[in-house]
Design a protein around this ligand. Structure first.
Ligand SMILES: Cc1cc2nc3c(=O)[nH]c(=O)nc-3n(C[C@H](O)[C@H](O)[C@H](O)COP(=O)(O)OP(=O)(O)OC[C@H]3O[C@@H](n4cnc5c(N)ncnc54)[C@H](O)[C@@H]3O)c2cc1C
Length: 726
């Protein structure tokens, strides 16, 4: 097994990185309202009700200000709209969201984050493609959003489903998106559980991805704010009225006037529009999802959508699964809907994973939740000007698929608001319904059931969506610095920059410093977004980041022996498997045949001899730092000779296995399996919960021993070498 080691960095202690491009498009001041500011004495403001009694704040002095656009709603759609407004430098923009409160939280915080190419028609596809591209850029630029391309597989057992796949692949192919019709054999290769029961056919789209929708929403807002946008959270919904072509949005302490008000208020939009006297055909409905922990933990696989049963299963972080379905087909009130998952739903999802993925020996529910989505009668969204109004815009009606369309729709809405050009939003025109207040039932499902309509057929292949204007993405500058002492390591606030090694990063940094190595950190907007390590005694460095510019900088700085990275940033890295197990599901050890014990201080010379004999001189230098409380070494002795060892770094319930070796002369006796089983047994008995380790691809013996001890491959990391052909 490998150890993570510590890389070489430049000698200067602190340096400013290359930075990222800054926005250069300037607003045209003549086009927008001046950001006027006046102070007025207000009427008493309603701040809540108890038992029907109105609670109001006394008349207070409130600032009245003007904004070019006010966006209500800070979910993924409202945040993306704010970002695109900021990107166009349109003038003052105020985004108002309700403060998080649990029952009133939006759908974005509940999203499973699955992006799949639905392929309904050319318009929809263009919106989804634009959204993908933007999420990928944002995610790689800021290290927020967790964009991962894992592919997607849709399966069906019925003739209608097969016809639907043919139609989609025609649309996808026409627009240059890769897809592959798959039969049972190929399904067996793509999915860890093989062919789902009864599945007749499948459609594989390798470009499908997953994201963290709340992270993307906060990234959008951060960039919008960094460009001068104002973001306000309020405990009570603002009061809205209009006069003389202006919208007045009243908060407890300020009033914002604007000519353009955009409602991105998710499930609350229906009620808001009714209150303003402009109803639209919308039906909020409850939908549920859950996070499951399989045993063994799952490796990445394409998101599975069963279009007959209308459920999905996707891999998520740390070997877990996220699963859900379209759920309820009745309208609900957004404040009424229960945000906890039903036990029947959780049972249904666990059962569907157990049946569809026989590879998993057990499945535990870790978490279940529900959110409220919004249906429209024809399942296309409603994004554009609210009919019969001036300056009132809406973005809603995503039928449970708003994340995969938010960025593209937000950009087109901003073009509409600022330029009065709506050609990018034709099928989403909120004015397309002759009877906007007719009730209807939500029909959440992945395929669109209107494949036969003439209008749909006409735009299926040919709708021309205007290409995005060439405006550079908003971005933030990266700063680099180095850490000089353990105290400084403890002071660093480390967000999640590593999926598998997060709890160990402070230890890795301290170890690098202890061995006279270097630790460099990269910061964006005051937050650490990358760490690079290089020890002076060890040759291969390592770095941890979710941000591409930082990864590229670290790669350009790697020492002569290269660096380990948890992600594949460039082609040509040598893959290394990451294995893990959750001790809570560990079934317990079988028989241990060889004598294994925990090493004592006096065993160090024998252990060093073993390492030198097996791995060569110089490979035992990490023993210099022992003993350390977080390190435990297990050894196996035969005839008073140490013939095998495995190390374990422990941080609370988390452990990382390393330095696993068996003397070549003693292989084939089950010593490796016994060492790893004993390690698991000790961890399980001492409150360990999670164990991770890395094994080179070709090391079959280590893979076998680890799998016998209950660990499974959950991901990959990569070793890069300088001047390696890419
Ligand atoms: C369980 C579940 C799983 C899902 N999975 C996926 C998926 O895998 N892929 C996908 O594409 N989509 C998925 N969706 C759908 C997706 O989450 C939504 O379509 C999307 O998040 C809608 O975003 P939004 O910004 O329109 O609404 P929301 O996220 O609901 O945001 C609306 C915001 O408006 C605020 N607000 C309400 N009233 C007011 C007011 N008066 N003033 C100011 N602010 C107000 C709310 O507080 C809220 O923050 C899922 C949804 C759920 C519930």
């Amino acid at each position: 097994m490998l150890e993570l080691r510590v890389p070489k960095v430049p000698d200067d202690r602190s340096q400013v990185g290359p930075g990222l491009e800054r926005e250069t498009v300037l607003p045209d001041p003549a086009k927008y309202d001046p950001p006027g500011l006046e102070v007025t004495q207000s009427e008493p403001v309603e701040i809540g009700r108890i038992s029907g009694k109105v609670l109001s704040s006394p008349g207070v002095s409130r600032m009245t200000e003007r904004a070019d656009v006010v966006v209500l709603g800070g979910g993924i759609v409202g945040s993306a709209i704010s970002y695109h407004l900021a990107r166009c430098r349109c003038g003052p923009v105020v985004t108002i969201d309700l403060a998080p409160s649990g029952p009133r939280d939006g759908a974005t915080s509940a999203s499973a984050g699955i992006l799949s190419y639905p392929g309904w028609d050319a318009w929809d596809l263009a919106i989804v493609q634009e959204t993908y591209a933007e999420y990928r850029t944002l995610s790689e630029m800021l290290g927020l959003g967790g964009f991962r391309t894992n592919g997607g597989v849709r399966v069906t057992a019925c003739e209608e489903g097969v016809r639907w796949f043919e139609l989609i692949s025609q649309v996808l192919g026409h627009h240059g998106i890769e897809s592959e019709g798959v039969g049972p054999d190929r399904l067996g290769e793509l999915l860890p559980g093989g062919v789902p029961e009864g599945a007749r056919a499948g459609l594989y789209t390798p470009g499908d991805a997953t994201v963290s929708a709340p992270e993307l929403a906060s990234a959008y807002l951060r960039l919008a704010r960094g460009s001068g946008g104002d973001f306000v959270q309020t405990p009570i919904p603002p009061r809205i009225d209009s006069s003389e072509g202006r919208w007045r949005v009243e908060l407890a302490d300020r009033v914002v006037e604007t000519r353009s008000l955009a409602l991105a208020t998710g499930a609350w939009t229906k009620r808001l529009l009714e209150g303003l006297g402009h109803p639209l055909p919308l039906a909020p409905f409850r939908t549920q999802a859950c996070r499951l922990r399989p045993r063994p933990l799952a490796r990445e696989f394409p998101t599975l959508h069963d279009i007959d049963q209308n459920h999905y299963v996707a891999p998520t972080d740390q070997g877990r699964l996220v699963a859900g379905d379209g759920t309820e087909r009745i309208e609900t009130g957004p404040d009424r809907a229960d945000r906890a998952a039903d036990s029947a739903f959780l049972e249904r999802m666990s059962e569907c994973v157990r049946a569809g993925f026989p590879e998993f020996e057990s499945v535990q529910v870790e978490m279940g939740w529900a959110g409220v989505c919004v249906a429209s009668p024809d399942r296309y969204p409603l994004v554009g000007r609210v009919p019969g109004t001036s300056g009132l815009f809406v973005a809603t009606g995503f039928n449970g698929f708003g994340v995969m369309r938010a960025a593209g729709l937000a950009r087109h809405l901003v073009v509409g608001i600022l330029e009065d050009r709506w050609e990018g939003l034709g099928p989403a025109d909120p004015g397309r319904f002759p009877t906007p207040d007719s009730p209807f039932d939500p029909r959440p499902a992945f395929p669109l059931d209107t494949t036969a309509d003439a209008e749909g057929a006409a735009r299926r292949l040919e709708y021309r969506v205007p290409a995005p204007q060439e405006i550079p993405a908003l971005s933030e500058e990266v700063l680099y610095g180095s850490v000089g002492s353990a105290v400084e390591v403890d002071r660093l606030r480390l967000p999640e920059i590593s999926e598998w090694f997060g709890p160990f990063l402070p230890l890795f940094m301290k170890e690098a410093l202890r061995t006279h190595g270097r630790v460099v950190y990269a910061e964006i907007n005051g937050e650490v977004r990358g760490i690079q390590l290089q020890g002076s005694v060890e040759s291969v460095g390592s770095f941890f980041t979710r941000t591409r510019p930082i990864a590229e900088h670290f790669l350009s700085q790697m020492g002569p022996h290269g660096a380990y990275s948890e992600r594949s940033w460039l082609p040509g890295g040598t893959p290394i498997d990451v294995l893990a197990a959750d001790l809570r599901d560990w079934p317990g050890a079988g028989t241990i045949r060889n004598v294994v014990r925990i090493a004592q201080l006096e065993d160090l010379p024998a252990l060093r001899t073993l390492v030198r004999e097996v791995s060569g001189p110089g490979e035992d230098s990490w023993f210099d730092t022992l003993p350390r409380p977080e390190e435990t070494v297990f050894l196996c002795e035969i005839d008073h000779r140490v013939v095998g060892m495995s190390g374990l770094t422990r941080v609370g319930p988390y452990a990382r296995g390393h330095s696993f070796l068996v003397h070549p002369r003693y292989r084939g006796l089950g010593i490796g399996t016994d060492l790893l089983l004993s390690r698991m047994m000790w961890l399980a008995r001492t409150g360990g919960r999670f164990v991770v380790s890395e094994i080179y691809d070709g090391n079959t013996a280590s893979h076998l021993a680890a799998s016998k001890a209950g660990m499974a491959v959950v991901g990959r990391m990569y070793q890069y070498r300088p001047n390696q052909p890419r």
